[in-house]
Design a protein around this ligand. Structure first.
Ligand SMILES: Nc1nc2c(c(=O)[nH]1)N[C@H]1C(S)=C(S)[C@@H](COP(=O)(O)O)O[C@H]1N2
Ligand SMILES: [Mo]
Length: 426
């Protein structure tokens, strides 16, 4: 496989007529032009189209803009057999349809334990109690009058890729890796709010509690709370979406999604961790020896190639763009390596766009495809020097009992037809 040459770049374009195409091919030594490419007028060029003839919708006909009707396939999806009820379930981000590093708000995966709470912000309260000097209650207006910050962070559910622990299972990066999103949050630093209440010296842990019907709560160590956590009321420049915890959610950068409590209504300061249901029966990692890992908060470095992938087959030979995401809960992404031949040769991917702390980064490999079978993998390295492990390396240490924290390297087999499949290299 060669890197993209200037001849390839020329061949990507469609020339005005097939004569031109043949000419360019001859000069540049490109693939031969087939008979059915013979000169044939293209009505899309020669005929006037409807959109060119008639007036379109006027302004304000679409008071809240929606994607083009030709993008209807770009949606969150669920897997019906995965959970018993849609109120306690998950829908997945269509990673293969995205670009850049920001997830559009309407495409952010959702994980609810008791459905979406619909809360009027005028009726929402945030209470701070426990080991504080001044127990306080904040309205949303109170929070909006405190010093405000904007930060881009990824949120990954600890169960992302959880179905893949025992072997390749779901056919599409939307399902294998789609329990992640990355948006810009607006809100206040958690520290600002805690300073106002005044933490007592023996306050070592916080308990965050949601206002939804699950009353979900989690324990958060005070060092993390004072470091980079936020209380967010905004995402991507507007209010949080109901699915994401409107009107207020916790942002716990780099840590498993479960602790990012949505519809946040209470923070209690205490001197030890609570043993909430989420922390004892779920969100613990059962090891092969019967012991369990507890409080495995951090999401380790991980990456996935989103294009090509089972939902996004290759359609053209010649120049192609391989695209993917990488992230690390311990800092920023330093490097991403990609192999097209099952690990025999690795090349360093081109990271493009912002490289931010605990945020998704976008990577590309511009490559040439002559129709050969490929085994595609990506491997992320983060700012701590940690390198994303293979799934087998992970299984050796953790066994296969847990569904959580699977950050192993993903393999896509791309067949000669361009179709891709979720596989593992034995
Ligand atoms: N109140 C409340 N907060 C919650 C949940 C919930 O069900 N209720 N689900 C948690 C889980 S398990 C995850 S992975 C994230 C999902 O956030 P999202 O729906 O914005 O993707 O929210 C977390 N916060
Ligand atoms: Mo989760």
């Amino acid at each position: 496989m060669s890197d993209t040459s200037s001849a390839d770049i020329l061949n990507r374009r469609r020339f005005l007529g097939a004569a031109g195409l043949a000419g360019a091919g001859a000069v540049l030594g490109a693939r031969p032009v087939k008979a059915d490419d013979a000169p044939k007028p293209d009505p899309l060029i020669t005929e006037v189209q409807d959109w060119n003839r008639y007036l379109g919708d006027g302004v304000a006909k679409r008071p809240y803009g929606m994607p083009s009707k030709f993008e209807k396939h770009v949606i969150r999806r669920d897997v019906s057999w995965l959970t018993a009820a849609p109120e306690s379930s998950v829908s997945f981000t269509p990673l293969h349809e995205l670009d850049g590093i920001i997830t559009p708000s309407g495409l952010c995966f959702e994980r609810h334990h008791a459905g979406i709470a619909e809360i009027n912000p005028a009726d929402h309260r945030l209470m701070i109690n426990g080991l504080v000097d001044r127990p306080l209650v904040f309205t949303m207006d109170d929070l909006r009058r405190m010093p405000r910050v904007n930060k881009i962070h990824f949120l990954e559910c600890a169960a992302n890729s959880g179905m893949e622990w025992r072997g390749a299972q779901l056919n599409g990066c939307q399902f294998t890796h789609g329990m992640i999103h990355s948006v810009m949050y607006t809100g206040v630093m958690l520290k600002t709010v805690l300073d106002e209440a005044g933490l007592k010296p023996n306050a070592k842990w916080l308990m965050l509690e949601g206002a939804d019907a699950s009353g979900m709560n989690r324990s958060l160590p005070i060092e993390k709370a004072l470091d980079d956590c936020m209380l967010a009321f905004g995402m991507n420049g507007e209010a949080l979406r109901p699915e994401q915890g409107y009107p207020l959610r916790a942002v716990i950068p780099g840590w498993e999604g479960n602790i990012w409590v949505k519809w946040l209504r209470r923070i209690e300061a205490g001197d030890k961790p609570w043993q909430t249901r989420e922390e004892t029966s779920k969100y613990t990692d059962l090891l092969a020896n019967g012991r369990a890992r507890w409080h495995t908060f951090v999401m380790d470095a991980k990456s996935v190639v989103t294009n090509p992938s089972p939902q996004a087959p290759l359609r053209h030979k010649g120049p192609n763009v391989l695209a993917g995401f990488a992230w690390s809960g311990r800092g920023s992404v330093k490097r991403v390596d990609v192999t097209l031949d099952g690990g025999r040769n690795w090349r360093t991917a081109r990271i493009d766009g912002p490289v931010l702390d605990k945020s998704l980064v976008r990577f590309y490999v511009d490559f040439d495809w002559n129709g050969q079978e490929m085994m595609i993998q990506s491997r992320a390295m983060d700012s701590t020097g940690y390198v994303q492990p293979t799934k087998d390396e992970l299984r050796k240490v953790r066994g296969v009992n847990s569904i959580y924290h699977n950050n192993g390297i993903q393999t896509w087999l791309v067949r000669a037809t361009g179709e891709a499949e979720n596989v593992e290299i034995g």
